[in-house]
Design a protein around this ligand. Structure first.
Ligand SMILES: [Zn+2]
Length: 169
């Protein structure tokens, strides 16, 4: 997908996560999660700019999702150990920033892969173990209707999740 399509899919994936976090009283964590997921929603497409890296190759895989999760986990552990950052959530207790960082980094990449798997070119989730590309072939990546439609849907989902989380049904 293009940029706005990826923003949309990331918002759609974030909506239920944000809902759970806000319901648990972790509004700041929800904000950080949503902002990070949107900010880095097109991170795997950095492969357009990297020499020797094929598009939708290494950076469009579950291995890359785990790698980015690892980097985020390291940042989380650093913030915890060296800067003394402690995040607590009502009813849950202290949130381990290493584990939280891993989940945030990997979900951010997986959301991008979901945005690309609906296009005919598909995604090789299991790179480098496999060469099989998975595709739902729903729309070409450049479709204006799909890109802006997904964006609108994502904004709506996050707005609805926020309202329901704060006000209840
Ligand atoms: Zn991509």
């Amino acid at each position: 997908m293009y940029r706005f399509g990826h923003f949309g899919v990331s918002l759609l994936v974030f909506a239920p996560i944000g809902f759970l976090l806000v319901t648990a009283g972790a509004v700041e964590l929800a904000f950080v999660t949503g902002a990070t997921m949107v900010w880095l929603s097109t991170l795997p497409d950095v492969d357009h700019k990297l020499p020797y890296v094929t598009h939708r190759g290494p950076t469009h895989s579950l291995l890359f999702a785990a790698f980015v999760g690892g980097v985020f986990a390291a940042v989380g552990v650093f913030l915890e150990r060296n800067l003394g950052l402690v995040v607590t959530v009502d009813g849950v207790g202290t949130v381990g920033l290493g584990a939280f960082g891993f989940l945030l980094g990997s979900v951010t990449v997986v959301a991008h892969l979901l945005g690309d798997v609906i296009t005919p070119m598909g995604v090789n989730f299991l790179w480098p173990l496999s060469t099989k590309r998975y595709s739902l072939s729903l729309t070409p990546a450049k479709s204006t209707v799909w890109n802006y439609g997904l964006f609108a849907l994502g904004v709506f989902a996050v707005a609805a999740a926020t309202v329901v989380a704060i006000r209840g049904l």
